[in-house]
Ligand binder design. Structure first.
Ligand code: SF4
Length: 373
């Protein structure tokens, strides 16, 4: 998918910014979590910077446990953060409560992975949507105003005619229809930002594309900033304008989706792409890419992540400094805005390995998406 803006055009307006976002969960001891009395914590998210622009989809990609869903929950204010700042339209949300927080709760809406779990099964679709409209003061005047608002909401997610859905219960709808209702409920607030946490991963492959197309359509019609959380980097290429890759709680690469997925720089991004489902690369014996055994190692323990680069225990190009020094972001010359946190791209260093080492040690990426197939 082409980016929403060319690299030379000014980027769209910034809607939501996170700087230094960090979340450490205390390790439970004797059944109680007491951070002040323990030296251990789960390092779920460390020092994440994220910028969401109006009318743009940003994909946050990583394998299970990378911290991407925790980032979404921090942005949704479902978890208190350990450190960092979040700004909506430039206004800090450090303090809970008060008008800025109410504005935030209206403007930033979340769509969850499991549409069935997020809709109370004892209530009808009419109840769920009416309640959301009333909470956000958008239920219209009288019965006619409410009905018009309900029709409009369901029309936006292509569930028409509304009468066919309003009096049904969530279990009477398909998975795709339930996710459309969940999206309609989020739209009831007239949000500026949607945080979509793996919105299609629990749906059949055949209906994933329809939901992603709906979100893209909403992005364009309503000028929404969308954060798309996914483990499927190939779907990020199809759906997102920008892609950020996370590994073990840290951001490791970011940039225009086309560039990140077609010219990945970080060894982990290359591994992620090479591991994406692609029938052409899977041998008849079920081996991994290029006929190897598919064993690419495990992520580190989030309680005791490695010093330096967290990918170093799995990295085929790891150098001595990788195990001691945390790599900063390096801007890459191939495309504006493309960066990676990897010592291989330190132009000032006398590196004992280079990008060619990574290319030789990791399979050539070929992005193929389950949603696009
Ligand atoms: Fe990390 Fe070093 Fe590998 Fe780069 S080369 S990903 S810094 S271990």
């Amino acid at each position: 998918m082409a980016s929403n803006h060319t690299p030379t055009a000014p980027p769209p307006e910034v809607v939501l910014e996170a700087r230094g976002l960090t979340k450490h969960f205390p390790v439970p001891r004797r059944g109680r979590a007491i951070l002040s009395r323990t030296t251990q914590a789960v390092h779920a998210v460390d020092d994440v910077d994220l910028t969401l622009h109006r009318g743009t989809v940003t994909a946050l990609v990583g394998e299970s446990g990378s911290g991407k869903s925790t980032v979404a929950r921090l942005l949704a204010q479902l978890h208190p953060r350990t450190a960092g700042d979040i700004r909506l339209h430039g206004v800090s949300t450090t303090v809970r409560g008060g008008r800025p927080f109410r504005t935030y709760a209206r403007d930033v809406q979340m769509i969850f992975q499991d549409p069935f779990g997020s809709l109370n099964p004892v209530h009808t679709i009419r109840y769920h949507l009416t309640r959301a409209l009333r909470i956000h003061g958008r239920a219209g005047r009288g019965r006619d105003g409410l009905r018009q608002a309900l029709d409009e909401l369901l029309g936006r997610v292509h569930l028409t005619p509304a009468d066919a859905y309003l009096d049904k219960y969530p279990h009477e709808l398909s998975g795709g229809q339930r996710q459309r209702v969940a999206i309609a409920r989020a739209l009831a607030a007239d949000p500026k930002v949607l945080l979509a946490d793996e919105p299609v991963s629990m749906l059949d492959v055949s209906i994933r594309l329809g939901i992603l197309n709906l979100l893209r359509d909403l992005k364009e019609r309503l000028d929404l900033a969308i954060l798309y959380i996914t483990h499927d980097i190939a779907s990020a290429r199809y759906f997102a304008d920008e892609t950020v890759v996370m590994y073990a709680g840290r951001m490791v690469e970011g940039g225009d989706s086309e560039t990140v997925t077609q010219h990945p720089a970080h060894p982990y991004t290359r591994l992620l792409i090479a591991s994406a489902p692609d029938p052409d690369r899977i041998t008849a014996a079920g081996d991994g890419p290029d006929g190897d055994d598919g064993d690419t190692g495990e992520p580190p323990s989030p309680v005791a992540p490695p010093a330096g680069c967290r990918f170093s225990p799995r990295c085929p190009a790891a150098m001595e400094r990788c195990r001691t020094d945390l790599p900063p972001r390096f801007d890459l010359p191939d495309a504006p805005g493309h960066w990676t946190a990897c010592w291989l791209y330190d132009a000032d260093a006398d590196a004992d390995a280079d990008a060619d080492t990574v290319a030789a040690a990791t399979p050539t990426p070929t992005a193929t998406s389950e949603v696009a197939s």
